[in-house]
Design a protein around this ligand. Sequence first.
Ligand code: NAD
Length: 352
Amino acid sequence: MTHPRKTIAVVNATGRQAASLIRVASAVGYAVRGQVHSLKGIIAEELQSLPNVTLIQGPLLNNVELMDDLFRGASLAFINTTSQAGDEVAIGRALADAAKRAGTIQHYVYSSMPDHSVHGPWPSLPLWACKFTVENYVRQLGLPATFVYAGIYNNNFTSLPYPLFQMELQPDGSFEWRAPFHPDIPLPWLDAEHDVGPAVLQIFKDGPKKWHGHRIALTFETLSPNQVCAAFSRALNRRCRYVQVPKIEIKVPIPAGYREQLEGIEVLFGQLNAPYFPQEEFTRPAAGSPKGLGPYGGKGAGAGMMQGPGGVISMRLTDEARHLWQGWRDMEEYAREVFPVEEEANGLDWML
Ligand code: NAD
């Protein structure tokens, strides 16, 4: 190397989004400085073994010292906060302040989510709205920033009894997914571990000149719940049935605040059929897009259409992500290649 490596600062390094970026960034020669809540566990051990990856362990809440260490000399940042770490708005704002103070950050990529109440007669989802508050703060600070909106992770699915994405194994060997989503309205999907890293790396390569202030949907595929089940059926050679239910079944203890999130999902997507990403960016006309194609891929499915000069044209929600990274993993590949492996690692044996 004839020039110093660029350093990327990340938080929650062992999370699925950040770990995906770290693996790719390290492999192509970036240095990464990542905050973790614990150095224990297989992901933390794996990340520590990667070239030029340094992990800093400590909490984020009220930890200015750690944040200053994190951003010192870094030129890029990928920030995805979680509710487990404490007040997400306070943490998100403090991280942006620290990045600004460091004075070296050339591009700050923040993993945001929408606040539906801003866009229609819809309730806010508490675990999402806090991220949108932080997004607005980052914009006010004037950091050169881009905001990525992650689709629903493919690997939320599990046959274990977690709420919302349980792919429940039936006595006859088939699977059943019960959720409040409309069976035929497409939802945005993302294989977070496989595809966040390469897409975010490309955003860094394009830089703020191309992406400053933009929102980018990190979703490569839009599928209705019925289409998701069809992909699982093809992949696993087992029947997989979707059943729309008004209430999300909660069979295990859940973290504080998650119940309100789930109740909001029942209303937003079960009763009101709100678009998953309601912002104007995600429905805006794009040059060269086929006429009459809705943002979720189908004819007008999911969210509003816009009137362009040549008639109704609209960007597909997946266009920008697919342009950033063409090697993405679809639901069928996930269900065939990864789901059984994760299930086996969770102690289940239906695949044997
Ligand atoms: P993750 O869920 O894969 O993992 C979170 C990691 O952080 C775990 O390793 C956990 O042990 C650790 N952690 C966090 N806070 C901790 C604490 N205080 N103490 C100990 N450990 C702690 O992470 P991720 O998926 O990269 O990011 C999660 C965020 O992504 C959430 O805010 C979520 O709302 C958002 N998101 C998720 C989805 C989805 O479909 N799952 C979609 C869009 C956005």
